[in-house]
Write a protein that binds this ligand. Structure first.
Ligand SMILES: [Zn+2]
Length: 342
């Protein structure tokens, strides 16, 4: 098990970074890069662009997104409970009974729990199970003695405040990692480890590492791509599950997602490197998926794109992967970066 990779992941997971809140993750990652002596710039939207110069200026860019799903206070109800606005596509059911913290404008953190509006078997009977979860049937119950909207406002909570969901990180002795937000912090960890490995290596092509924000709402890598980037490899999750070829124990190479096929030559080279170096891999197609590479293409970038990533089970819920999958992803990133473009 690559302890350093898993430790980096754990540190990243512990920093709350729902889309729109990059105040903590951006300085944390920037400090990591400074410690490694890697040149980088802070992007205005909250992302980071790091560079490792190669012999040739024609560049390969690897991306991973630092933002995650999350929630905001939509309404303070007259009974002191909170109605929620979702950030990104998290299924309501997955928030059921999850602990959270509301961040006030002053920066205080007030704990609470997501509950259905009919949560008690002894009061609501069969409705507990029958009530479909939605914005109208889910609320946050604060761990504070509040009975009215004014009581809640007195705590400093307002509409628009961020709600941080407890990620519940667990590493099992069998090598599984269970936590929210493996999407895409598993890949951010992979790229940070890759940069540490590559910074002193001889590189044929210049490498960029784009750690984006706003990916979960679709426009992550729409801006900020240097002009001489020729290949854009999004490192994001693979999705194992019903009918899928993806695996939690391999690197997953996406042939096509909702945004269409990825570049044939890039995909072929990714597969060839896995074959050559005995990196466990799977190719797959995702029906409901778009990556930062898709965002770049939509914004008009003329680049060859690829998408790879660790296999993340139950994506956008309480997710799971295995160390083997993250290590295979890291090995493929390193192999592709060192090989450079033909
Ligand atoms: Zn993602």
């Amino acid at each position: 098990m690559n302890q350093s990779l898993i430790q980096t992941l754990r540190e990243l997971i512990e920093i709350h970074s729902p889309t729109g809140y990059h105040k903590e993750i951006q300085p944390f990652v920037s400090q990591r890069l400074r410690n490694l002596g890697i040149e980088h710039q802070l992007l205005k939207k909250g992302g980071i662009l790091a560079v490792l110069p190669g012999e040739r200026p024609e560049a390969i860019l690897f991306s991973a997104h630092m933002d995650t799903l999350g929630a905001m206070v939509k309404e303070i109800k007259s009974n002191g409970r909170l109605k929620i606005a979702m950030i990104g596509g998290c299924p309501w059911i997955s928030l059921d009974a999850e602990n959270c913290q509301v961040r006030t404008r002053k920066g205080d953190l007030i704990s609470g729990t997501f509950q259905g509006t009919k949560p008690s078997v002894h009061i609501d009977g069969a409705d507990v199970a029958k009530t479909e979860r939605s914005q109208d049937t889910t609320e946050v119950i604060l761990d504070a003695k509040v009975q009215s909207a004014d009581d809640v406002r007195a705590l400093g909570i307002d509409v628009g405040d961020f709600i941080f969901v407890d990620p519940r990180f667990q590493l099992t002795d069998t090598g599984f990692i269970k936590t929210r937000y493996l999407d895409d912090k598993a890949s951010v960890a992979v790229l940070l480890e890759a940069m540490a490995d590559l910074k002193d290596a001889p590189l044929k092509n210049t490498l960029y590492f784009f750690l984006s924000t706003y990916e979960e709402v679709g426009h992550g890598a729409c801006a900020g791509i240097p002009a001489h980037v020729e290949e854009f490899i999004a490192v994001d999750m693979g999705a194992p599950g019903n009918g899928q070829n993806s695996s939690e124990f391999a690197v997953n190479i996406c042939a096509k997602d909702s945004s269409g096929p990825y570049h044939f030559d890039v995909k072929e080279r990714l597969v060839a490197l896995c074959e050559e170096l005995d990196i466990p891999y799977r190719q797959d197609i995702y029906n409901f998926y778009g990556s930062d590479a898709s965002a770049a293409l939509r914004a008009g970038a003329d680049v060859r794109t690829g998408l790879i990533g660790a296999g993340v089970f139950a994506s956008h819920g309480y997710e799971r992967t295995h160390c083997d999958s993250m290590e295979a992803t890291l090995n493929l990133v390193l192999a592709y970066a060192k090989a450079g473009m033909p």
